[in-house]
Design a protein around this ligand. Structure first.
Ligand code: MN3
Length: 202
C-alpha cells in the first residue's frame, strides 16, 4: 500500500462535547479510510507515483495521468485534508490564538473575534460539501473549496481548515452548520496551526 491511514492522535471521545465520539469514529475509520483505500487503488495503476507525498500529488494534479486524476483529486484530497484536520484539533484546545498566527490574525482581520465571525460566515455559505480554509498569500485570507479540493492545488498552503461535509457534523448538529462552526473553535490546536503558518510563510 502506497499510503496509510494514521491512527487518530487522540481518543475518539476526546473532543466531546464539541465533536461527538460517534462522528469521530465514522469520520476517521470510515470516511478517511475510504479516501486512503481509493487513492491506493488508483496509484496501483501508476505505481511510479507512489514515491510522491500526498501533498505533492495534490500540488501537481495537472501532471497526474488523466485516467486517475479525478480519483487523486477527490480521494487524495480527502486524505490530505483529513490528515491536516485531525492534527489541527486537540482535546482541551481552543481559546485565543497564540504565537505568530495570533499577531497575523490581529493585523489582517482586526481581532480574533472578527476573524472567527468572517470565517464562520464564509464557510457556512459554502454550498453543499466542502471546506473553509485560512491561507496566507502575503496576507491571511479565508477561502472555501467544494468537495475535497485543497488550496495546495492553487499553490496555497492551508494554515487551517474546517470540514463542512454533513458527515462532519450531522449526527450531533443535524442541519445546524453554523452551530458546529461556532463550537469547532473550542478544539483548535493553535500550536499546530502556528507550525502550519510557518510553513505557509516560506
Ligand atoms: Mn470529512
Amino acid at each position: 500500500m502506497a499510503y496509510e491511514l494514521a491512527p487518530l492522535p487522540y481518543d475518539y471521545a476526546a473532543l466531546e462535547p464539541f465533536i461527538d465520539e460517534a462522528t469521530m469514529k465514522l469520520h476517521h475509520d470510515k470516511h478517511h479510510a475510504t479516501y486512503v483505500t481509493n487513492l491506493n487503488a488508483a496509484i496501483e495503476k501508476h505505481p511510479d507515483l507512489a514515491k510522491h507525498t500526498p501533498d505533492d500529488l495534490i500540488k501537481n494534479l495537472n501532471s497526474i495521468p488523466e485516467d486517475i486524476r479525478g480519483v487523486v483529486r477527490n480521494s487524495g484530497g480527502g486524505h490530505v485534508n483529513h490528515t491536516m484536520f485531525w492534527a489541527i484539533m486537540k482535546p482541551n484546545g481552543g481559546g485565543e490564538p497564540t504565537g505568530k498566527i495570533a499577531e497575523q490574525i490581529a493585523k489582517d482581520f482586526g481581532s480574533f473575534e472578527d476573524f472567527k465571525k468572517l470565517f464562520n460566515e464564509t464557510t457556512a455559505k459554502q454550498f453543499g460539501s466542502g471546506w473553509g480554509w485560512l491561507v496566507f498569500d502575503g496576507k491571511l485570507k479565508i477561502v472555501t473549496t467544494p468537495n475535497q479540493d485543497n488550496p495546495l492545488a492553487t499553490g496555497l498552503y492551508p494554515i487551517l481548515g474546517n470540514d463542512v461535509w454533513e458527515h462532519a457534523y450531522y449526527l450531533k448538529y443535524n442541519n445546524r452548520r453554523p452551530e458546529y462552526l461556532a463550537a469547532w473553535w473550542n478544539v483548535v490546536n493553535w500550536d499546530e496551526v502556528n507550525k502550519r503558518f510557518e510553513e505557509a510563510s516560506k
